[in-house]
Structure formats: C-alpha cells, structure tokens
Write a protein that binds this ligand. Structure first.
Ligand code: COA
Length: 253
C-alpha cells in the first residue's frame, strides 16, 4: 500500500508529508495515527530540533475523511485524531506547516497549533463545520476569536466563508505567503534555521509564546462533547450523506 503519511528526518529537521492526492489528502483514522506517531517520534529523537508538516500535489489537506465520519465517527478522546492533536498541541519542538493549496477543517485548525506557517499564493482555508452539521474542534472556537475577534471568527465558523492566503496572513494565521512552488522549500529552510539555533532558548521561547495549555486542553474536551453529539445527529448524517452522494444537503426535513 502507498504510504499516506511519509516521515523522514535529516540535519535536525523531521519532515512529515501528507500524501493521499486522489482524495485531496483527506485524513483517515489510520493517517491520524501515523501523524501522531510521527510527532511522538520526532519529539523523542534528540537529533531533531524542528518538525515540518507538508501536504502534496496542491493540497495540504481536505480535512477529515467525510466517508469515514459517516461510517466510523471518531467519538471518544482515545481516537487517533485526538492523539494526533494532543501530540501537536503539546509538542515542545518547533512545528512549521507549509500550506500549498487546500486547508479544510482540521487542515486550518491544526495551523492554530503550529509555531510558523508558510502558505502558497493559491492556498485556500476553510472551517466548514456548520455546513456538515458539526462544530469547531481542537480549541479553534477559542484560538480563532482570540486571534481575529469574535465577529470575524463568525464569518468563518458561522457562515463558513473560505479565505485566501492574503487574508490568512492579515489574520496572523500564516507567517508568510510565497509562490506555491516555494512553500516546501521555505518551510524546510525555516526549520533548518531553527535547528541551527540554541535549542534551550528555542524551546523556552516557544513555550513562552504559546497560549495557556490548560485552557486549550479544557476547550478541546468541551468541544469534543458537542462535536460527538453533533456527529451522531440527523443533520450531520444528512450533510455527510449529501457529500458522499454528491448532492446538496437538505436541512428542512
Ligand atoms: N473526505 C473524503 N473524500 C474527500 C474529501 C474528504 N474530506 N475531500 C475530497 N474528497 C474526495 C472527493 O470525494 C473526490 O473523490 P472521488 O474522485 O472518488 O469522487 C476526490 O477527493 C477529489 O475531490 P473533488 O471534490 O473532486 O475535488 P475539488 O477540487 O472539486 O474539491 C474540495 C475539493 C476539498 C473543495 C471538495 O472535495 C470538498 O469540499 N471536500 C470536503 C471538504 C470537507 O468538508 N472537509 C471536512 C471538513 S470538517
């Protein structure tokens, strides 16, 4: 089977690449498990000083696999997606994301937990949870309004409006915007620069820059309860079935 999460490490930098191009890098439970393992592995490797997460073939990720949401909904904090996001949110090493193309759902959410993000000019971000009968997750209901204010967060979490790279830069979700073809190179170059710096100072600076970990953990748990309830709801089943059946959802029945 083709590897969908590819891990490599060299010269102080761990690289994690999402590679499921035929499904726009949509993430399945086994991919989340591999992502969690990759972060844990990089954190445990004393030779690694920075971690880079990249997409492939024009997509960062189209978010959670919607077919899987329908067939095997991730209910319960022991599921691989929670393990991955806990590893990411708790990482002590610097995590850099390179977004060339689509970053949908958790693809945008996870950026809020990264330390540096480089996006391509064609990157497109969205948090379409309400369109799917779902709610924000992994502390995005806390971190996004903190970053951009509640009214702008409402545009993206209540109206589910997508936004482009320039907007993401203005919001502070992204550190820099470059040509699409340069995204991976810039992300890896930043990681090399981090890897060459005093590791103790980098680790402590990251820790000081990060928002309150306890507050984030509490919000993740609170959101998970609502998310799980919504995932089992009739409206979510209608929205997810509509995606699979390639039709518009109906919420009036
Ligand atoms: N889960 C499962 N399959 C997905 C997927 C997802 N999140 N996103 C894309 N795919 C699949 C499509 O079903 C399609 O599969 P098929 O070729 O077997 O029909 C393939 O990936 C290509 O997607 P397609 O929709 O043809 O590409 P596009 O460029 O026209 O649109 C998206 C891309 C991402 C805008 C669109 O696929 C989409 O809206 N996906 C759902 C995103 C989403 O809601 N994610 C969850 C957020 S919580």
């Amino acid at each position: 089977m083709v590897e969908e999460i590819i891990y490599s490490a060299a010269h102080g930098v761990a690289q994690i690449r999402i590679s499921r191009a035929d499904k726009k890098n949509a993430l399945t439970a086994s991919m989340y498990a591999a992502l969690a393992d990759a972060i844990v592995r990089a954190e445990a490797d004393s030779a690694v000083r920075a971690i880079v997460i990249l997409g492939s073939q024009g997509a960062f990720t189209a978010g959670n696999d919607l077919q899987e949401f329908l067939q095997d909904p991730p209910i319960g904090l022991d599921r691989p997606v929670y393990r991955f996001m806990a590893a990411l949110a708790g990482a002590e090493k610097v995590v850099i994301a390179g977004v060339a193309g689509l970053a949908v759902g958790i693809g945008t959410t996870l950026l809020l937990h990264c330390d540096l993000v480089v996006a391509g000019l064609g990157a497109r971000f969205s948090l379409p949870f309400v369109n799917l009968g779902l709610v924000p997750e992994f502390a995005s209901s806390l971190l996004l309004p903190q970053l951009i204010g509640r009214q702008l967060a409402g545009k993206h979490l209540l109206l589910a409006e997508p936004f482009d790279a320039a907007t993401a830069l203005a919001y502070g979700i992204v550190s820099e915007v470059v040509d699409n073809a340069e995204v991976d190179t810039v992300a890896l170059e930043w990681a090399s620069r981090v890897a060459a710096k005093a590791p103790g100072a980098v680790r402590e600076t990251k820790r000081l820059l990060k928002p309150d970990a306890l507050l984030i953990a509490q919000r993740i748990t609170a959101e998970a309860t609502v998310f799980s309830a919504q995932l089992s709801s009739q409206e979510a089943r209608e929205a997810l079935s509509a995606f699979v059946e390639k039709r518009a959802p109906r919420f009036d029945v």
